[in-house]
Design a protein around this ligand. Sequence first.
Ligand code: ADP
Ligand code: TYD
Length: 208
Amino acid sequence: MTTRPGLFVSFEGIDGSGKSTQARRLADHLRTEGREVVLTREPGGSAGAEEIRALVLQGEPDRWSAETELLLFTAARRDHLERTIRPALARGAIVICDRFADSTRMYQGLSRGDLRAAVDTLHALMIGVEPDLTLLIDMDPAAALTRAKARATAEERFEDFGLPLQERMRAGFLALARDFPDRITVIDGNRAPDAVAKDIADTLKAHT
Ligand code: ADP
Ligand code: TYD
């Protein structure tokens, strides 16, 4: 049994920036160092939240308003927090989460009007925690969208908003990193996966 405290790490960035790839690699890396790692994702990461995932990621872009989405993503996050994240941190695991509340601040808070105050209020009321460390993978929006589209899954509702949304989200994420410099580290994602992974492992070393 580990006596070390848990650590909560999130990955953020636009669609196709390499979050899932790098989250998986970081989990593998930390496991080889003997840490218990819980690799999870949002929306999802618990049975109930995975059901909500299908509602928000499939279908037409105008299926939900930004306000309704905010409630659905927050409901999913609350379930994920109660059933997966908090128990893992309590037993000393490292939780690596592919997207967390910063995605809501961007996608629901900024994409269709300014809902940022509502996002922050609901977060304070229902979630109330931030990751210890957030790795923001920054990259060129057109290249990221090409990568994301190449995957061809049913979960393309946000990708179907297109390049203008990706560009706004990238600028928004970089502004968020300036607002929270102690928590958010920007990683250059326009490189080969190995180079990105090394940067991330080095950043983690300072936190474990
Ligand atoms: P995200 O989770 O941010 O949407 P993924 O990790 O799923 O991104 O990566 C999107 C696609 O790009 C995948 O097909 C993945 O194999 C590929 N990919 C990831 N990282 C890189 C990289 N550094 N260089 C080139 N392709 C990459
Ligand atoms: P994800 O599966 O991480 O997509 P990708 O691998 O393409 O980055 O997330 C799916 C979409 O969900 C993504 O376009 C962003 C959106 N999203 C929100 O709009 N709000 C949120 O709170 C979260 C967690 C995700």
